[in-house]
Design a protein around this ligand. Structure first.
Ligand SMILES: Nc1ncnc2c1ncn2[C@@H]1O[C@H](COP(=O)(O)OP(=O)(O)OP(=O)(O)O)[C@@H](O)[C@H]1O
Ligand SMILES: [Mg+2]
Length: 280
């Protein structure tokens, strides 16, 4: 697939997802209601999606990953509806758009050692031509996410801490070199000291490897750390969309204002706090 001019990497075109109601008589639930977004193909960007619980964020991300089909509208990857991708493009999509799950434990086969977990994508996407090259790539990937190959390779996923499992997932992504990561609340399972490391790895991926990211979170402070675009969802709809700094300086929706007010007083030694931006 080529980077044709002006064709977005990913384009969500006015999609809705309507779930059947609970039981036979329950009313249908419109989880996503006419949402559109686009990420450019010619530069790596971040888009953060925030919204209260039940506002449709996960449902939107599942549509983008092709795990569910929209009831209305379409998701296009490099201009092609992801429901209609020919086999070769489908394989490319599977490589180029990678999920990061909230609980990485669910993503691993508990009976496979870490070596095998990381060799699987190498085989599937033919990322190495020899066993030695595969081993070298695995060690490079683990080192890139601050894991020591000698410490983790012979172990099983359950023998790692939650934060180590998160980083293992990022090592897998480092190997695969996708164009887009879709990360749904990736930080909610790890403690504060590891959050910055995790976010810095995402920034490295963007700046050094051209990997874009759609990042879903409840926490506006982590979104602000990453910068880029911001989309605020409320009851399945988009209520704000655009440049993060601009939205935080002049929020137009009550829910956005509430998110800004919920951020604790910032550490003055770190990046400027949200309140400073809102007031400047
Ligand atoms: N498979 C499903 N069947 C029926 N209803 C669903 C299904 N998945 C989600 N919903 C409903 O759709 C709405 C949106 O859910 P979704 O999981 O997308 O929200 P969310 O923004 O990710 O919330 P959270 O922040 O709690 O993760 C909710 O009302 C939810 O109950
Ligand atoms: Mg969710």
């Amino acid at each position: 697939m080529t980077d044709a001019l002006n064709v977005p990497l990913i384009e969500v075109d006015n999609i809705s997802t309507v779930f059947r109601g609970h039981g036979r008589t329950g009313p249908p639930i419109t989880a996503v209601d006419g949402v559109s977004l686009a990420l450019p193909a010619d530069s790596a960007t971040f888009l953060t999606i925030v919204g209260e619980s039940g506002s449709g964020k996960t449902t939107l991300s599942r549509n983008i990953l092709g795990l569910i089909q929209p009831t209305h509208g379409a998701v296009r990857y490099r201009g092609q509806d992801i429901r209609k991708l020919p086999a070769r493009e489908r394989h490319a999509f599977r490589r180029e758009v990678q999920p990061v799950f909230q609980d990485p434990y669910a993503a691993y086969n508990p009976f496979y050692r870490i070596d095998r977990v990381l060799r699987a994508p190498i085989r599937k996407f033919k990322l190495a031509t020899s066993r030695d090259q595969a081993q070298a790539k695995i060690e490079e990937a683990l080192t890139a996410v601050d894991l020591r190959p000698g410490d983790v390779l012979g172990r099983y996923p359950h023998q790692l801490s939650g934060g180590e499992r998160q980083r293992l997932m990022l090592a897998r992504i480092y190997l695969i070199r996708p164009r887009l990561i879709v990360a749904d609340e990736p930080l909610s399972m790890i403690d504060a000291s590891l959050r910055t490391l995790f976010l810095n790895i995402l920034l490295d991926f963007r700046d050094q490897h051209g990997i874009s990211c759609i990042h879903i979170t409840h926490n506006l402070a982590t979104a602000y750390y990453l910068g880029g675009g911001l989309m605020v969802m409320y009851k399945g709809r988009v209520v704000e969309q655009g440049d993060m700094d601009a939205i935080i300086a002049a929020p137009s929706h009550d829910y956005t204002r509430m998110l800004i007010d919920a951020v604790p007083n910032p550490d003055p030694t770190k990046r400027r706090g949200l309140r400073d931006v809102a007031q400047s």
